[in-house]
Design a protein. Structure first.
Length: 381
C-alpha cells in the first residue's frame, strides 16, 4: 500500500516535470495542430532514460518501478497527451511483454535498444471485428519451416509505422478463442508487413494510429513470445500494466487542464470580481481536484501492487476506469471555466478535452474494465 512517495520517486517526478515544462510544454499546441509525430521529443525523453524506465539495468534500462512509470506518464500528459501515449505504449504494452514473457535471447536482442529509444514498440491486438472481444481475433500464424507465416489486419495500433517492434497476437492452432492465440515479436522491416494510412483522430494528434497488415509475413521461430497458445494470457498481462499507464495519462490530462483553467479563472473578471470569487466556480475546482487526488492514489496503489508482485488486475482496471472518467469530467469542466474561450483552438482547453476522450476507450473500454472488476469480485478474487 503506497501512502508516501520515496525520495527516488519524488526525484524522478520532479526531473520529468522539469523536462516537460522546458521542452514539451512549448511544443504541445504545435504537435496538436500539425499532427506530426514528435520524433525529437521521443529522442529527448530517451536521453533521460525514460524509454526504458521499468527495464532492468542489465538490459540497458533505468531499472525503476511502476510507481515511477506512472509518475512519469502523468507528468508528460499534463502538457501533451500525445507524447504521453506514444511513450506509454512503447514502455508498457510495447516493451514489457518481452520483459515478462521473453527468452533471455529475446531480452538481449530487443530490450537494450528499446530502452535506448533506438527501437520504438507497439502492441497489435485489436482487429476490425475483434475489439472488446479480443479472444475472437482472426489473424493467423501458420507454421512454415523454422518459423511462422502471419496473415491478417490489426487496427487502432498506436505508434503504427513509427514503431520498430510490434507485439502481434495471432491464432496459431485450432483451439477456440484464447487457447488458440500466440504472441510474436515482429520487426518493422519484415517482408509482408504493411501499414495503413494514419487515421484522422479527434485528438491525440501526432501519435500515429492505424492498421498493421500482414500478408504472408514470415516471423522466425525465435520470435515466438512465450509458449505457443499462451499469447492471450500474455496480452492480458500486458494490458494490466498498460492500464496503469493510461490511468496515469488520464490524471495528467485532468490536472493539466484544471491547472490552466484555475489560473485563467483567477484572472477572469466578471460582475466586477474574479470569477473564482463565485462559489459555483470554487465548488467545481474543489470537486475536480479531489477526484484527481483520488485517481492518483488508486493508480499508484495499482502500480505498487504490480511492483510487489501481487495480483493487480482488478485494481489496475479500477484505476483506469476511475481516472479516465475523472479526466473526462475535469477536461469538460476546465473547458467550461474558460467560457467561450474554451471552445476555440487558441486556448488549450479543447485539446485536453479531445485527448481525454480516448482514455475512456483504448486499452479496454470502461465498460470492459467494469466487466473485469465485477468478474474478479464475483469470483472471490
Ligand atoms: N492476466 C493473465 N491471464 C488472464 C488475464 C489477466 N489479466 N485475464 C484473463 N486471463 C486469462 C484467463 O485466465 C483465461 O485463461 P484460461 O483459459 O487458461 O483460464 C484466458 O485468459 C481467457 O480469459 P477470459 O475467459 O476471461 O477471456 P474473455 O474472452 O472472456 O475476455 C476480456 C476477457 C477481459 C473481456 C478481454 O477480452 C479484454 O480485456 N478485452 C479488451 C481488449 C482490450 O483492452 N483491447 C485494447 C487493445 S490495445 C489498445 O487499446 C491500443 C493501443 O495501442 C493503446
Amino acid at each position: 500500500m503506497i501512502v508516501e512517495l520515496t525520495e527516488d520517486q519524488k526525484a524522478i517526478r520532479d526531473a520529468v516535470r522539469e523536462f516537460v515544462q522546458e521542452t514539451v510544454a512549448p511544443r504541445a499546441a504545435e504537435i496538436d495542430a500539425s499532427d506530426q509525430f514528435p520524433a525529437d521529443l521521443v529522442e529527448a525523453a530517451a536521453r533521460l532514460d525514460l524509454l526504458g524506465i521499468v527495464i532492468p539495468e542489465e538490459y540497458g534500462g533505468a531499472g525503476l518501478d511502476h510507481v515511477s512509470f506512472a509518475l512519469f506518464v502523468e507528468e508528460v500528459a499534463a502538457e501533451s497527451g500525445s507524447l504521453a501515449v506514444i511513450l506509454d505504449v512503447h514502455t508498457s504494452v510495447g516493451s514489457e511483454p518481452i520483459l515478462f514473457a521473453g527468452t533471455e535471447d529475446q531480452k538481449r536482442r530487443y530490450l537494450p535498444r528499446m530502452a535506448a529509444g533506438s527501437k520504438l514498440g507497439a502492441f497489435a491486438l485489436s482487429e476490425p471485428e475483434a475489439g472488446s472481444d479480443a479472444a475472437s481475433l482472426q489473424t493467423t500464424a501458420v507454421p512454415d519451416g523454422d518459423g511462422w507465416r502471419l496473415n491478417g489486419t490489426k487496427t487502432f495500433i498506436t505508434n503504427m509505422g513509427v514503431a520498430d517492434v510490434y507485439i502481434v497476437l495471432a491464432r496459431s492452432n485450432d483451439h477456440a478463442r484464447a487457447a488458440g492465440i500466440s504472441a510474436f515479436i515482429v520487426d518493422r522491416d519484415t517482408a509482408g508487413l504493411e501499414f495503413g494510412a494514419p487515421m484522422e483522430k479527434m485528438g491525440l494528434h501526432g501519435s500515429p494510429t492505424g492498421e498493421v497488415i500482414m500478408r504472408d509475413a514470415y516471423v522466425p521461430g525465435e520470435n515466438l513470445l512465450g509458449a505457443e497458445g499462451d499469447g492471450f494470457r500474455i496480452a492480458m498481462k500486458a494490458l494490466d500494466r498498460g492500464r496503469i499507464g493510461i490511468s496515469a495519462q488520464a490524471i495528467g490530462l485532468a490536472r493539466g487542464a484544471m491547472d490552466k483553467a484555475a489560473r485563467y479563472a483567477l484572472e477572469r473578471r466578471q460582475f466586477g470580481k474574479a470569477i473564482t470569487d463565485q462559489e459555483a466556480i470554487q465548488f467545481t475546482i474543489a470537486d475536480r481536484y479531489t477526484e484527481i487526488e483520488a485517481a492518483r492514489l488508486l493508480t499508484l496503489r495499482a502500480a505498487a501492487a504490480c511492483d510487489a508482485g501481487e495480483n493487480f488486475t482488478r485494481i489496475a482496471s479500477m484505476a483506469k476506469m476511475f481516472s479516465t472518467d475523472v479526466a473526462m469530467r475535469a477536461t469538460t469542466d476546465a473547458l467550461q471555466l474558460f467560457g467561450g474561450y474554451g471552445y476555440i483552438k487558441e486556448y488549450p482547453a479543447e485539446r485536453y478535452f479531445r485527448d481525454a476522450k480516448a482514455t475512456q476507450i483504448y486499452e479496454g473500454t470502461n465498460q470492459i474494465q467494469r466487466l473485469v472488476i465485477a468478474r474478479d469480485i464475483l469470483a472471490g478474487g
